[in-house]
Design a protein around this ligand. Structure first.
Ligand code: F6P
Length: 323
């Protein structure tokens, strides 16, 4: 019987997940594996809902957002009974290895599989970029480019009418997307979950930008910040005159669905290939990511549930650039 491997996508979809599925399917095929895709993440393992993924089945997906396999945040797999069901299904189907493409919560599932003695490898994929073991995760670059395009547009309309925009970006409780979008988008201020923001002081910063003659005020707000964009806008309306007329734009899921950028396609292709290569060498229980530009494997014990520190030194850079 040929070697069988299953690939799945779990948690929030991220642009580049399809490129990673394609890479696993084709690298697996090249190495003599029979490759299967599980439908809707770990739920597919629990239900034994697997379909064959030959090299031709993954044609035409490299450039598409979302995930052809479907995704989920499986409640069932989080229970010992659910995991036992999944392992029994995999054994029954003759599948001996798994590649899990996903973010922080999903890699806890990969770790659980691995601790149960199953050969599992994770691939770092989330727009939030909050995974230890990868400097950048699949999808973050595309999500940032979507945010930047939105900010560029908001600057144009904001400058025309003398407005400030509170632009809320995703990222769950991690401020990476907000901080990078603020620096690369030339925002006047940024609000992060990692730092305390006094709304009156923030209003003062925006007012100062207005007084310096800036035609617009762009504030990037992380969705996980203590006060979100709506709350800040309410506060300004009730207590502070920031000079500009204030509007709120919440980018939300628009950041998730885009065509993957060059960077995300390359990263996904390299990590998918590397995940299969690890399994070929009999190595597992690791997350494949990129560290200092190189593909790297980090033990899942050092990844699952761990918090990745945010480089707050960029705040100083952002502050200087707003002059
Ligand atoms: O983890 C990815 C992410 O897009 C977060 O940035 C966001 O907080 C969350 O998923 C949204 O989850 P859902 O798609 O379930 O609304």
């Amino acid at each position: 019987m040929s070697k069988r491997i299953v690939v799945l996508t779990s948690g929030g979809d991220a642009p580049g997940m399809n490129a990673a599925i394609r890479a696993v399917a084709r690298a697996g095929h090249a190495a003599g594996w029979e490759v299967f895709g599980a439908r809707n993440g770990f739920d597919g393992l629990v239900k034994g809902d697997l379909r064959p993924l030959g090299p031709r089945d993954v044609g035409g997906i490299l450039q598409t957002g979302g995930t052809i396999l479907g995704s989920a945040r499986s409640k069932r797999f989080r229970t010992p009974e659910g995991r036992a069901e999944a392992l029994a299904k995999l054994e029954h189907l003759g599948v001996t290895a798994a590649v899990v493409i996903g973010g922080n919560g999903s890699q806890q599932g990969t770790y659980a599989l691995s601790k149960a003695g199953f050969a599992a490898v994770g691939i770092a994929s989330t727009i939030d970029n909050d995974l230890v073991g990868s400097d950048l995760t699949i999808g973050a670059d595309t999500a940032l480019n979507v945010a930047l395009e939105a900010i560029d547009r908001l600057k144009a309309t904001g400058s025309s009418l003398g407005r400030a925009f509170l632009v809320e970006v995703m990222g769950r409780d991690y401020g990476y997307l907000a901080l990078m979008a603020a620096v690369a988008g030339g925002a006047e201020a940024v609000v992060l979950p990692e730092t305390d923001t006094d709304p009156d002081a923030l209003a003062g910063e925006i007012r100062a930008a207005f007084d310096r003659g800036k035609p617009h005020g762009i504030v990037v707000v992380a969705e996980g910040a203590k006060m979100n964009a709506e709350a800040l806008a309410r506060h300004f309306k009730e207590h502070k005159d920031v000079g500009f007329d204030v509007r709120v734009t919440i980018l939300g899921h628009v950041q998730r669905g885009g065509r993957p950028t060059y960077y995300d396609r390359m990263l996904a292709t390299r990590l998918g290939f590397a995940a299969v290569d690890r399994l070929e060498r009999g190595e597992h229980g690791v997350l494949m990511g990129v560290l200092r530009g190189e593909v790297a494997a980090t033990p899942l014990s050092e990844v699952a549930g761990k918090a990745k520190p945010l480089d707050l030194s960029l705040l100083k850079l952002a502050g200087v650039m707003t002059r």
